[in-house]
Design a protein around this ligand. Structure first.
Ligand SMILES: Cc1ncc(COP(=O)(O)O)c(C=O)c1O
Length: 424
């Protein structure tokens, strides 16, 4: 295979422009296989957004579950932040920046079906989680149930509290890919204070049945916390309809807003019960009265915000949230489901092991391939202008709405060549 240079990338773009609909299907049968018949490619009109992402002009970018690409409108947002800083100095806080924070809170609330006062901001998901865990009094219900396949930062919140009497149970997956809700049910009982798990597993792309988990947790008197970092922006969510008590998510991945900003949703009636010990003047009611000798929490989820927020990521994320809301996550899901399905079909045709669900309704747009030494493959692919990543023993490919079936073929061809060179 030739080195993938900018000229081969633009040749790819020309091919893309010529190709009409290709293989794949948005409607999946309940068969364990991915759909076998080609179908109509949904929302190809969304490819008009490609011109908003400079990186897509010179890379085959299939890594949005690690880091979403930077758009021109996010760059413009960041430039605007700097201009306000230059123009207004400290006045920018009151006249502009606090308003932009409020706008972002409102956009995230809209995206997940919450109310703005139920949303707190945090610098990353780990801190967001520790704000919740530090503020949650489990009382006699000291058991926390997690999934072994969750992202480790979720479990660490509780592992560091083990000595204070928290009883942690991990639900194990039989195949390392899926985790039916019944397996959770076997661990949730009247000692359980919290079930904390991800909607989408970062290791397999499996989508958990959150509604059933919420029902099981609530039936047993437990609360449910969802880590939605791998779900928000690629799969629609409505926290109220699903019965979620707490949710954490961030802007880095499918929301394409870059690092430095995460969100916490707290169900309205739980806000007064959360009393985080990670606190600060942004958690305090009457913050601008500057009272030193007593402290009262804010009435809103902002009680989980400790200090001065970083404003630059607010601007990059505010712009990318606009794009996500403008497109609509339903359309994104229809398109990414098609792309992931198409990719799985091409990979299966090569006989490579897929370590993600084959049923497209259970799978997000994270496709894992069980390949040896994936780190070497990621490096070799990057030399060809193809960006993906890996986890131990797994190559991870994650198409977003701006990707194409032609890009799926580009990575399959490149992998084919690399694996042939290896003789495997
Ligand atoms: C599902 C999930 N949760 C949490 C994290 C960690 O987030 P942060 O680095 O913002 O703490 C990641 C990072 O990849 C993740 O995939």
């Amino acid at each position: 295979m030739q080195q993938r240079t900018s000229s081969s990338a633009s040749a790819g773009a020309r091919t893309r422009a010529k190709t009409s609909s290709t293989t794949g299907s948005t409607k999946r049968a309940a068969s364990p296989k991915t759909s076998s018949r080609p179908g109509r490619e949904p929302h190809r009109d969304l490819l008009k957004y490609r011109e908003e992402f400079p990186i897509l002009q010179h890379k085959t970018y299939l890594n949005s579950c690690s880091l979403g690409p930077l758009s021109l409108r996010s760059m413009a947002g960041m430039a605007r932040f700097q201009e306000y800083w230059n123009e207004h100095g400290a006045q920018a806080w009151y006249s502009i920046w606090l308003g932009e924070i409020a706008a972002v809170r409102e956009k995230v609330a809209r995206l997940i079906g919450a109310q703005p006062h139920e949303i707190a901001i945090a610098p990353n998901v780990s801190i967001a989680l520790s704000e919740i865990t530090s503020g949650l009094d489990l009382g006699d219900r000291n058991k926390v149930v997690l999934a072994e396949m969750d992202f480790p930062t979720l479990a660490y919140q509780w592992l560091v509290r083990k000595e204070s009497g928290v009883d942690i149970e991990f639900v194990r997956s039989e195949d390392g890919i899926t985790l039916p809700a019944e397996r959770f049910a076997a661990h949730i009982d009247d000692r359980t204070g919290l079930v904390a798990t991800s909607r989408v597993f970062f290791l397999s792309g499996y989508i958990q049945d959150i509604k059933t988990l919420a029902e099981t947790a609530h039936r047993n008197g437990s609360l449910l916390l969802v880590d939605d970092y791998q779900g928000t922006g690629q799969i629609p969510i409505d926290v109220k309809a699903l019965g979620i008590d707490f949710l954490v998510t961030g802007t880095l991945k499918w929301l394409m807003g870059g690092p430095g900003l995460a969100f916490i949703y707290v169900r309205e009636d739980l806000i007064p019960k959360l009393r985080p010990t990670v606190a600060g003047w942004f958690s305090a009611r009457d913050q601008f009265q500057f009272r030193t000798t007593d402290f009262e929490y804010k009435d809103t989820a902002s009680r989980l915000e400790a200090g001065t927020p970083a404003i630059a990521p607010i601007y990059t994320a505010s712009a990318s949230l606009d794009m996500i809301l403008e497109i609509g996550v339903e359309r994104i899901r229809e398109r990414t489901m098609f792309l992931a399905d198409d990719l799985v079909r091409r990979v299966q045709a090569k006989g490579w092991p897929v370590r993600s669900p084959l049923d497209g309704t259970q799978r997000s747009s994270i496709v894992m391939l069980g390949l040896d030494r994936p780190d070497e493959l990621v490096k070799a692919l990057s030399e060809r202008g193809i960006v993906v990543d890996y986890r131990p023993g797994l190559l991870r490919i994650s198409p977003h709405f701006y990707n194409t079936v032609e890009e799926n073929q580009i990575i399959v061809d490149a992998l084919d060549e690399l694996l042939r060179q290896r003789g495997s």
